[in-house]
Write a new protein. Structure first.
Ligand code: RP5
Length: 173
């Protein structure tokens, strides 16, 4: 599946299982906010290794600029994809095992020297941040995305200020 804005997908959102989707939909929603075309893929480092390798190997020639990878448990998916591509790979650890995401975090972040995975926070914050990080990568060469990122940061600050003003009004004497 791909979300397009007139060109092919620029970002791949990959997850190890459909059980990762409730978290990774936040990545898709955030990329949509920036009008960045993406594609969604379910493939597993352990259950479908050949399909995973082929996806990663073909990503650059298919026009992707970054790959966002969410997985839980012994989360080797981002690392396996990073091994097969020179594109930036962004990992989202997912907390869906009895170890509450610590297993996924460590297996995503502790890559050996030479094969980086940019590891985000565990769970939904990481899923959102992965999309913003991909937008920042794309924004280095796309002024439209760079401007959208400035507006996004301004909106973050506006919402905080609004909450502060609301709090002051509630507790005014
Ligand atoms: C990982 O194992 C997947 O990314 C998922 O987070 C976890 C459990 O997968 P299911 O058993 O729910 O398919 O590979």
């Amino acid at each position: 599946m791909s979300e397009t804005t007139g060109s092919g997908p620029l970002v791949g959102i990959v997850m190890g299982s459909d059980s990762d989707l409730p978290v990774m939909t936040d990545t898709a929603k955030t990329l949509k906010q920036f009008s960045i075309a993406f594609e969604l893929e379910i493939t597993s480092a352990h259950r479908s290794p050949a399909r995973t390798a082929e996806y990663a190997r073909s990503a650059r020639r298919r026009g992707l600029k970054a790959i966002i990878v969410g997985a839980g448990g012994a989360s080797h998916l981002a690392g396996v994809i990073a091994a097969e591509t020179t594109l930036p790979v962004i990992g989202v650890p997912i907390a869906n095992s009895p170890l509450s995401g610590m297993d996924s975090l460590l297996s995503t972040v502790q890559m050996p020297s030479g094969v980086p995975v940019a590891t985000m926070a565990v769970g939904k914050a990481g899923a959102v941040n992965a999309a913003i990080y991909a937008a920042q990568i794309i924004g280095t060469g796309d002024p439209r995305v760079a401007e959208a990122l400035v507006a996004f940061k301004e909106e973050l600050a506006r919402v905080v200020a609004e909450k502060s003003e609301k709090l002051k009004r509630e507790f005014a004497v």
